[in-house]
Design a protein around this ligand. Structure first.
Ligand code: NBP
Length: 472
């Protein structure tokens, strides 16, 4: 029997779909899963009648693969990935390639690359985005590791990836843990945009008194615009239109308002804090999930803490796409991308990843959860200026800011006067206002620090370090 082209370890939601994708693209495959019954049921079900075989043991798995072996691990990040690496390593030989497609913390990938570099096989840490459907039909993939290892897997990945006008949604990201770092930041941006759309929905529902279908109509309108056309807006419309088979009501209204925050959103914010990158819109979305999770406290506080009643301020009209809310959504989405790209730029310098920013924007244009028409603009902005410090100052984006800032401001002010939290909208407003302010009040912060701790300060009129005897 001829040997398989491709091996997959981990038949979870992603693994199952990725192996079907590889097989559809002409790569006969062999699958291994820790719990063999899953392998059996997959081969009897979705995997039946295809060039996919199963392996009961890792020895059997490697024996069924042609050399050099190309193996993708799609297992839970962390200890599970370490366990699989430990299990498979003794079976791998010269030139074999092991790819971790899970959501690994980038430092874990750095460590694994270091540890495994001394072995004879290659190791790639690859972010994969697109959920189950993307995995099957074509995800966006962010592989990092040595260039040679990537080159050997490129034909397979290029076929499996989503395809956009300017190529497959995969490219070599850079060395070490760079692929997983880029995927982490992708997820941070995703957190931001999800929360932004949730804030827009909340305002339309609570201030505008709009039904799920009416809000879905606005999503449909937004999805036809250059600024907001995106996968997340598209699925928000779907979510809002879906009825509960139990009671016929909007399903969304039956869902408990508690969201978890898994690793990647948190890691984006931690990395930003470490690297001194400003990501307030992304952080606000993470914190919104944390606040949502303390439901019982919120229910109690609601009976004690008073606030203003909802005021019916101008949130726009449906026939103009709720224009001030649209302003808030557009600018906050731009801010999420701007903050994510800025974090990537700073990390690239710090970790010597040499990230190609236009390429990253390009491979996010298809297959992944944050795919959107805005990414064309982002790609163009970085093509025009690869070392662009912040998207907000790029011509198309600065025009958007100047045009839409009054709308965002009215929405944040109205929400505040109505006692409705809009953490991403208000963080974005502060972010933009801070960024466009040449002189911030940190002169006073520096004075206080020098006053209590003799930390010294710099002056605006001459070079050097200065101290004042404030308490004499
Ligand atoms: P899960 O994250 O639920 O992982 C399930 C797989 O991990 C199963 O095959 C399971 O085997 C295996 N596994 C576990 Br759990 N512990 C193991 C261990 N100690 N040794 C060997 N195998 C072990 O599945 P998923 O949702 O498909 O995600 C796979 C990876 O892809 C994760 O890192 C995830 O973060 C990432 N990811 C997920 C998505 C998504 O939309 N779901 C998107 C992008 C990336 P078992 O059957 O024996 O329990």
């Amino acid at each position: 029997m001829s040997k398989a082209h491709f091996g997959l370890i981990g038949l979870g939601v992603m693994g199952e779909n990725l192996v079907l994708n590889a097989e559809r693209n002409g790569f006969s495959s062999v699958v291994y899963n820790r719990t063999y019954s899953k392998t059996e049921s997959f081969l009897r079900g979705r995997g039946s009648g295809k060039s996919i075989s199963g392996a009961k043991s890792l020895q059997d798995f490697v024996d069924k693969l042609e050399r050099p072996r190309r193996i993708l691990m799609m297992v839970k990040a962390g200890a599970a990935t370490d366990a699989v690496i430990k299990g498979i390593s003794p079976f791998l030989e010269d030139g074999d390639l092991l790819i971790d497609g899970g959501n690994a913390e980038f430092r874990d990938t750095e460590r694994r690359v270091q540890e495994l570099e001394s072995k004879r096989f290659g190791y790639i840490g690859m972010g994969v985005s697109g959920g189950a459907k993307g995995a099957l039909e074509g995800p966006s993939m962010m592989p990092g590791g040595t260039k040679n290892s990537y080159v050997s897997i490129e034909p397979l990945l290029s076929k499996m990836a989503a395809q956009v006008d300017d190529g497959p949604c995969v490219t070599y990201i850079g060395p070490g843990g760079s692929g997983h770092f880029v995927k982490t930041v992708h997820n941070g941006i995703e957190y931001g945009i999800e929360q932004i759309l949730a804030e827009a929905y909340d305002l339309m529902k609570r201030v505008g008194g709009m039904s799920g279908n009416q809000i879905a109509d606005i999503m449909s309108f937004w999805n036809k615009t250059d600024e907001l056309n995106s996968y997340l807006v598209e699925i928000t419309e779907t979510c809002l239109r879906t009825k509960d088979p139990i009671n016929g009501e909007d399903v969304v209204e039956q869902i408990l308002d508690k969201a978890g925050q898994k690793g990647t959103g948190l890691w984006t914010v931690l990395s930003a804090l470490e690297l001194g990158a400003s990501v307030p819109t992304i952080y606000a979305s993470l914190n919104a999930r944390v606040m949502s999770s303390i439901k019982s406290q919120r229910l109690f506080a609601e009976t004690i803490l008073e606030g203003p009643n909802i005021k019916h301020f101008d949130i726009g009209k449906s026939d103009d796409g709720m224009s001030p809310i649209m302003d808030a959504v557009v600018l906050s989405s731009i801010a999420s991308y701007a903050q994510g790209m800025e974090l990537l730029r700073i990390a690239s310098n710090e970790y010597n990843y040499k990230l190609n920013m236009p390429s990253i924007a390009r491979i996010w244009k298809g297959g992944c959860i944050i795919r959107s028409r805005l990414l064309n603009r982002i790609q163009e902005a970085f093509q025009a200026e690869p070392q662009l410090t912040n998207l907000l100052i790029s011509p198309w984006f600065s025009e958007e800011v100047n045009k839409r800032l009054p709308g965002l401001t009215r929405i944040v002010a109205g929400a505040a006067e109505s006692g409705i939290p809009v953490p991403c909208f208000s963080s974005t407003l502060d972010y933009i206002n801070s960024y466009r302010t040449g002189r911030l009040p940190q002169n006073l912060v520096q004075a206080m620090r020098d006053c209590f701790g003799s930390h010294t300060y710099e002056r605006i009129d001459k070079e050097g370090s200065f101290h004042t005897e404030w308490l004499k």
